[in-house]
Design a protein around this ligand. Structure first.
Ligand code: 4AD
Ligand code: MG
Length: 434
């Protein structure tokens, strides 16, 4: 029996007859020899079809193949230094599953296409070498996050996507009809994480989150994935150390297991290799001073704009932890610093090379009265938060957590200039398809 082999494993089958099933990536013809490039999702393999060595119909079938036609090829694996990947397939036989009609050829050709065109064809664009590399890195980053928390005693507790209330401010809520009432797509699993942390001590959730962001920037999606740990009894310093540990782990894992993909993306690996702890910690006050020195117009009390984040994150060669922002620019649940109540015990991590915020989190207000006051200030409907207030009534303890946006981390690690390529099917202000 001839085995069906994945291209990534062909080296183990040198000298053997195998089946490769995949798609035609490209076809080169040189006199009486055809060189079909086959891709199967695991790699690319060059086939060689010599006219004099195969039946005429095999040669003609290969010659008639159009880009992205699907096929099954049988042939012998041969070591070939000059071929991409180091091996070739001496094709003996092909079965064409579907030949793409030349009247309606595959729309993405090797020539340059505009980004909007590629985005409209995202369902096909994913097949490119570059997009497959990004998908691979994304998968590894997600797996690394899970391994990090799973190996440290965290319990995964899934949080709901349909929710009765806001978590991160009411201006970016997606409203949906929920029978005879209104529901909102979750902005963050945090509030439920806090309930789970009181049940299991250390928890995390990992799922899609939604923001009706009207911003059209290279950092914003309306649907993105977030991994969010929450730890009972943890304080700001603990959670900063956890965030630092997670990011260092994820970067090291990508370098270890996805070096090939990162090279395909032409990522400067030396920049990632520098991202080892300790990461600099910087109070918001000092960050503002640094920004002013660098020419920013920022005044104490305002949140950083995209440009400020870029300046800050270009000033260091590794991620930085900016802590203690003014309370009024942060969400209602933030714990004020007891020594300086005008600032919150919160932290943002900014990635280097201008990538900006990848993590936001901090200590949660543990006192019911304080929470109620903050909710009133932000005009949040108390009823929807009664269950959340219960967490402060029944054994309230200090606790802290954070959320890390997967797409921003993928953009940074892959060295991409926009988050739209970091998620298989991006959702943005002006894009809901494919
Ligand atoms: O800073 P954010 O809004 O924090 C929270 O949602 C907290 N409740 C998380 C927590 O403490 N459990 O969002 C956290 C991270 C950001 O640092 C960023 O990486 C990502 O989520 N993020 C986005 N990513 C892509 N597109 C957007 N529109 C994003 N908004 C936030
Ligand atoms: Mg934030």
């Amino acid at each position: 029996m001839t085995p069906v082999v994945e291209i990534r494993n062909v080296a183990q089958f040198e000298g053997q007859d195998v089946f490769i099933q995949g798609w035609l990536y490209n076809l080169r013809e040189s006199g009486k020899i055809l060189f079909p490039l086959l891709r199967d999702g695991t790699g690319i393999l060059q086939g060689v079809v010599v006219k004099s060595a195969v039946p005429a119909q095999v040669f003609e079938a290969v010659r008639a193949l159009t880009q992205e036609s699907s096929l099954r090829a049988r042939g012998k694996v041969r070591k070939e230094k000059r071929a991409p990947g180091g091996y070739e397939l001496d094709v003996a036989e092909v079965e064409v599953l579907q030949n793409v009609s030349s009247e309606r050829p595959y729309p993405i050709t090797p020539k340059e296409h505009g980004v909007e065109f590629l985005m409209d064809h995202r369902h096909l664009w994913l097949r490119s070498v570059r997009q497959r590399a990004i998908l691979g890195v994304r998968h590894e980053i997600i797996r690394a996050c899970r391994d990090f928390f799973d190996d440290r005693g965290f319990t995964l507790v899934d949080t709901p996507i349909l929710t009765p209330s806001a978590c991160e401010g009411t201006t970016t809520l997606f409203e949906v009809e929920y029978f005879d009432q209104k529901a909102y797509l979750t902005q963050s699993g945090q509030l439920y994480n806090e309930a789970a942390a009181m049940a299991v001590g250390k928890t995390y959730c990992f799922g899609p989150t939604f923001r009706a962001e009207k911003s059209k920037t290279r950092r914003h999606l309306t649907e993105f994935w977030m991994v969010e740990p929450e730890v009972a009894f943890a304080q700001l310093d603990d959670i900063m150390a956890l965030a630092e540990g997670l990011v260092a782990f994820v970067v090291a894992r990508a370098l270890e297991r996805r070096r090939e993909e990162l090279k395909t993306l032409e990522r400067d690996l030396s920049k990632l290799e520098k991202c080892a702890p300790p990461f600099p910690r910087l109070a918001y006050d000092d960050a503002v001073n640094l920004l002013k020195e660098k020419g920013s117009e920022i005044a104490w009390g305002s949140d950083f704009g995209g440009t400020d984040e870029t300046i800050l994150s270009e000033s260091f060669d590794r991620p930085i932890l900016v802590h203690r922002y003014p309370s009024h620019v942060k969400a209602f649940y933030m714990q004020p610093d007891p020594e300086r109540p005008e600032v919150a015990l919160c932290v943002d991590m900014l990635a280097p090379e201008g990538y900006g915020e990848i993590i936001g989190g901090g200590e949660r207000a543990a006192d019911e009265r304080l929470l109620l006051r903050r909710m009133d200030e932000q005009k949040l409907p108390r009823e929807a938060f009664e269950w959340y207030l219960d967490l402060r009534r029944y054994g309230s303890v200090p606790h802290a957590g954070f959320g890390m946006g997967v797409e921003r981390v993928v953009a940074w690690i892959c060295g991409l200039d926009h988050v739209r390529e970091t998620i298989p099917f991006p959702r943005m202000l002006n894009r809901l398809t494919p």
